[in-house]
Design a protein around this ligand. Structure first.
Ligand SMILES: NC(=O)c1ccc[n+]([C@@H]2O[C@H](COP(=O)([O-])OP(=O)(O)OC[C@H]3O[C@@H](n4cnc5c(N)ncnc54)[C@H](OP(=O)(O)O)[C@@H]3O)[C@@H](O)[C@H]2O)c1
Length: 301
């Protein structure tokens, strides 16, 4: 009989419930148990981490992990740092932060767009004027951070106006050393005014919300790629079907191509699966957040 210990993933979330998506992903990636702890804040993390590391011996820690969920990406990063700070090597376990699926989803979006720009326009993300609709939400904000880190010239668009977008951009600058701007998307005129300069557009607004219609895209004379992560009708960006993977966008003056939610979802799935597997089957403790998710997503596009 094997003396291998069960693989236990402790899922800590600020939310009132664990995400069934994350529980399924954990078990499918090879964890034997996924135990939810709900309503958790960063202050609770050191105590829970030490409870997890000291109870199973040095062999057992390799079969123990922590997953950090919730909705707030900055809080998830604080929780990751709190967990890291509570480790007492060799009593140390792997930790993955993926709040609201935002890190793996945004990693998939940016990796898909990067590949499409390279294939269709022979360009990297460097200097590419990028608009992120829904950029104040967890997925859009992470997308802004990753695209800006890869060298894109990023603007976060908010339908609540420039001040809201600028506040979110300032927090990203302060915390992650990137410099997105915040721009007004509160009216049709404001959105139309953004279109002529856009080369890459990400749609990451709430499910079921259309942020761009055909008339906006017709004004985007330099647009190369639009990536829409909304899978709930209507299309978040009109003409970018959920199945799109480099399909032409109707009405685009520059023959831009679209990437839809299912193409992104596929990369997101493979990325989250690989990160969860690396925790349970890897050689030692790893700390995984949006940078590691992006590196992994680049391998899956
Ligand atoms: N395919 C996948 O694998 C996958 C995985 C996870 C999530 N998703 C999708 O990713 C998207 C983003 O998720 P999320 O959790 O970050 O979204 P969210 O927090 O619900 O919303 C993101 C942003 O959308 C904007 N928004 C809300 N209502 C709007 C409206 N009526 N008009 C224009 N903008 C509006 C808001 O920004 P402002 O008010 O500041 O504009 C909000 O911050 C969703 O569509 C979600 O379903 C896909």
């Amino acid at each position: 009989m094997s003396d291998q210990k069960a693989a236990i993933l402790h899922l800590l979330t600020t939310a009132p419930n664990a995400s069934p998506f994350d529980v399924n992903m954990a078990l499918d990636a090879g964890w034997d148990h996924c135990v939810p702890y709900t309503g958790i804040g960063a202050a609770d993390v050191p105590g829970l981490t030490q409870d997890a590391i000291f109870s199973r011996g040095p062999k057992g820690v390799r079969r123990t992990g922590i997953f950090l969920g919730g909705r707030d990406i900055h809080q998830a990063m604080d929780m990751l740092e709190a967990a890291r700070g509570a480790m007492v090597p060799p009593f140390e376990v792997s930790v993955l932060a993926d709040p609201s699926g935002a890190f793996t989803t945004a990693a998939g979006m940016v990796a898909c767009a990067e590949r499409m720009l390279r294939e269709r326009r022979d360009r990297s993300l460097s200097g590419v004027r990028t608009l992120i609709f829904g950029g104040t939400g967890p997925v859009g904000m992470t997308c802004a951070i990753l695209a800006a880190k890869a060298g894109a010239d990023v603007a976060i668009v908010s339908h609540r106006g420039e001040a809201v977008a600028a506040r979110v951009a300032a927090t990203c600058a302060e915390r992650y050393g990137v410099r997105p701007s915040g721009v007004d998307g509160s009216s049709d005129a404001a959105i139309l005014a953004l279109m002529p300069e856009a080369e890459l557009i990400f749609g990451a607004a709430s499910a079921g919300v259309q942020v761009l219609a055909r008339r906006h895209l017709e004004a985007a004379a330099r647009l190369a790629v639009a990536c829409d992560v909304n899978a709930v009708p209507p299309e978040g960006i009109e003409g970018v079907n959920v199945m799109a993977s480099g399909d032409p966008i109707p009405g685009s003056p520059a023959q831009a191509v679209g990437i839809g939610a299912l193409a992104v979802g596929n990369v997101k799935y493979n990325t989250q699966h690989a990160l969860l597997r690396s925790m349970v089957h890897g050689d030692g403790p790893v700390y995984l957040a949006f940078d590691e998710a992006f590196a992994e997503a680049r391998r899956h596009v």
